[in-house]
Design a protein around this ligand. Structure first.
Ligand code: HEC
Ligand code: HEC
Length: 366
């Protein structure tokens, strides 16, 4: 180790060692020195496919550090907000406001996205997918002018001046050096630990709950194809895009919100530079959807009723609208009032009360 580095380390550790002084049971002063601990964090992913942990397997101490950082207000310029200010656990890790307030109260241009089951998002992050990996994503809100508006250098300095973080970096990474790369790996671990698989629908799949008649009708409508030739057999075809165990498809699509001239947000095109991606957005998971209003990338719809009406008879045709939706828009889905109620009742079975109250995901500073 270079001399300069070891001096820094000693300087970092000295206040720490003193602050961790404690009395042992015999009444003699002892010192608890933080130690590296790579005990694995056990993920309970139930019936989901085994996740690919890549090069950042979850450890108890890594997840713990990530959780601290996720709820750490020092990550913002004026120490006023954390990731958890916009990704609120009881709201499915989303924000009930249409546009979240950053530091200085500045408003962003998109609706906050919920955070759970991130391990199964195989195709990038944000509404336009501009962040390749979750670890890349985690450093962007810190530096975003409309969000936390802070530099990574300042965050590293602020965290280094605390007593808790150097100790926790030792436990998670083996030494007290705080870097933005390590921060991003820890936050990636914490976000990957948030799993939602305890909804009524999951219990139904496990044979531990029964759906009501309305929920069951909704389930069938949700996953049955639209068929204008046979209206009584025709469904709403939501699973066409919101499919699989996470009710998404890891793709970017245009679900018919705006005509070409009205597409203020070009969506995926901004990330790929390809005009064929104009106004396409990440197909969001519908798990916990009853908790995460308002809806769509700009939070334009406040209720699920309005969302269902949009798919039923509000699809707007444009260059990049999805062909399946353009097709059903010719006649509309022709859902009856009861169909709409049933579809919504089914979507409500995707709410996971366990996740939103799970202490492992809550603010550790409260
Ligand atoms: C001021 C509010 C705000 C803060 C603070 C904030 N976010 Fe977000 N988050 C958003 C918004 C808005 C989006 C969608 C932005 C977009 O698509 O351009 C988002 C998107 C995300 C996503 C993408 C999810 C997906 O499915 O692709 C993740 C992950 C995320 N944020 C994690 C974090 C982390 C980690 C922090 C703290 C370092 C954080 N956020 C801080 C508002 C916020
Ligand atoms: C062609 C693919 C496609 C089909 C079919 C589809 N959706 Fe979507 N859905 C999307 C996309 C893409 C978005 C995000 C659009 C945006 O924000 O600009 C979305 C967003 C949503 C949202 C808002 C999610 C959020 O977090 O804000 C809900 C709710 C929803 N869809 C429900 C449904 C229902 C119910 C059906 C069936 C009636 C359906 N979708 C059919 C692609 C589709």
């Amino acid at each position: 180790m270079k001399l300069k580095q070891s001096i820094t380390l000693v300087a970092l550790l000295t206040p720490l060692v003193f602050s961790l002084c404690t009395k042992d049971p015999a009444g003699l002063p002892g010192v608890i020195t933080p130690e590296y601990d790579d005990s694995p964090y056990e993920l309970d992913y139930g019936r989901f496919a085994e996740p690919d942990m890549g090069d950042n397997p979850l450890t108890l101490e890594g997840v713990k550090l990530g959780r601290m950082l996720f709820y750490e207000k020092l990550l913002s310029k004026d120490n006023s907000i954390s990731c958890g200010s916009c990704h609120i656990q009881q709201d499915g890790f989303s924000d009930p406001d249409q546009f979240s307030a950053g530091v200085d109260g500045s408003l962003g241009k998109r609706q906050a996205m919920p955070i759970f089951n991130m391990l199964w998002h195989t195709n990038e992050f944000f509404w336009d997918g501009r962040a390749h990996l979750l670890r890349d994503q985690s450093l962007m809100p810190i530096q975003d002018e409309l969000e936390m508006k802070e530099t990574l250098e300042n965050v590293v300095t602020k965290l280094s001046e605390t007593t808790t973080y150097p100790a926790q970096f030792i436990r998670a990474f083996g030494d007290a050096e705080i870097t933005s790369v390590r921060m991003s790996l820890a936050m990636e671990q914490f976000m990957n630990s948030i799993i939602s698989n305890q909804s009524k629908y999951d219990k139904y799949l496990d044979g531990q709950a029964t759906l009501t008649e309305s929920e069951e009708r909704g389930r069938i409508l949700f996953s049955t194809e639209y068929n204008p030739g046979f209206p009584e057999l025709s469904g709403a075809d939501c699973a066409h895009c919101h499919g699989g165990s996470n009710f998404d498809n890891n793709r970017y699509m245009n679900n018919g919100l705006d005509a070409d001239a009205a597409q203020d947000d070009i969506g995926r095109e901004a990330a790929t530079g390809d005009p064929r991606d104009r106004a396409k957005f990440k197909v969001p998971s519908l798990r916990n959807i009853a908790l995460t209003s308002p809806y769509m990338h700009d939070g334009r719809f406040t209720t699920l009723e309005v969302v269902v009406d949009h798919y039923d008879h509000g699809i707007v045709i444009s260059e990049t609208v999805d062909p399946a939706l353009a097709y059903s828009a010719q006649t509309g889905l022709q859902l009856t009032d009861q169909d709409k109620i049933d579809l919504i009742n089914f979507m409500k079975t995707l709410t996971d009360e366990t996740m939103i109250t799970d202490e492992r995901f809550s603010d550790p500073f409260q």
